[in-house]
Ligand binder design. Structure first.
Ligand code: ATR
Length: 275
């Protein structure tokens, strides 16, 4: 990496904690590959300091930041502007700084749908399992992509019902071990993550062309995806969503669409082992 000089710009990620973030690795690789004179840094920011930091950064030449836990929702009221997608999702994961002002975006929906596009899928109906913060981005992405029906299934049914406000095509079913028919199934719960119980479901009602996606990427192959592959379904892991949400953020800050390659995927996985 070239040493910084008087023209070096910067971007970063604000989180608490932030030390497990893979974003510095991903963005600094792209900055280097695209010969952009900038650095991307992790900033540990406590929840009560977010407002102060978002006021100061644009006045220090910062190009923009990503926001991660616990700042994504809190930022909505702290920015000069928030785009339609972020407002609808109710969370900001990318802030662009321009002329001393802050503008909020959400690139998670783009990240998810771009990652899903690695598969051919039918847009009749999707089943989203889970109804937390990530579910809002995934449901929004599926609706924007034109799915006729997006069914949400969550252990706590009221939280699934709340997602109906995202669009008329959203329906809710009770939590059940046998998955109902769906062209695309997405796990957005924390089940299947390292240290969590697995998501245990029966896929007998899925059609042969069904695509099963998981937004978890540690492990890369969750038990759900292993099961889906064993039954002949196309499986989409969570790393693509991470990389494509980063791609859209990079493009907003630096005006360059960086490449998401297999090589980058491998490097990020290797990096993850080290953090
Ligand atoms: P995120 O912002 O990453 O989506 P979250 O808001 O904490 O995280 O949401 C976690 C999701 O995982 C929720 O849908 C949660 O279900 P509840 O709404 O019923 O809590 C789901 N989840 C977590 N542990 C679960 C478990 N043991 N069984 C079923 N669902 C679980």
């Amino acid at each position: 990496m070239k040493l910084p000089n008087g023209q070096t710009a910067f971007a970063g990620v604000l989180g608490w904690p932030v030390n497990h973030s893979l974003s510095p690795f991903i963005h600094n690789r792209w900055l280097e590959q695209n010969a952009v004179n900038a650095l991307y840094l992790p900033f540990p920011v406590q929840p009560d300091a977010l407002g102060t930091v978002l006021l100061a950064l644009p006045k220090m030449g910062c190009a923009g930041v990503n926001l991660t836990i616990p700042h994504k929702e809190a930022a909505l009221d702290l920015l000069d502007g928030v785009d339609e997608t972020a407002r609808r999702i109710g969370a900001v994961n990318t802030v662009v700084m321009r002329d001393g002002k802050t503008y909020g975006h959400n690139t998670d929906a783009y990240g998810f749908i771009t990652s899903l596009k690695a598969a051919d899928y039918c847009k009749d109906n999707a089943l989203v399992i889970g109804a937390g913060g990530a579910a809002r981005a995934v449901v929004t992405a599926l609706l924007q992509d034109g799915f006729a029906c997006v069914t949400v299934m969550n252990r706590t049914r009221e939280k699934a019902e709340a997602l109906k406000s995202l669009g008329r095509a959203v329906e809710v079913v009770d939590w059940q071990p046998v998955l109902p028919h769906a062209d695309v199934v997405v796990n957005v719960t924390s089940l299947g993550m390292h240290g969590q119980p697995e998501l245990s479901v029966d896929m007998k009602h899925l059609p042969p062309h069904a695509v099963v996606a998981d937004i978890v990427y540690a492990p890369l192959e969750t038990p759900l995806l292993v099961q889906a592959k064993a039954q002949g379904f196309k499986a989409i892991d969570g790393l693509g969503m991470l990389l494509f949400q980063a791609q859209a953020a990079f493009s907003l800050w630096f005006g360059i669409n960086p490449e998401v390659t297999d090589e980058l995927r491998q490097q990020v996985l290797k990096q993850r082992e080290g953090v």
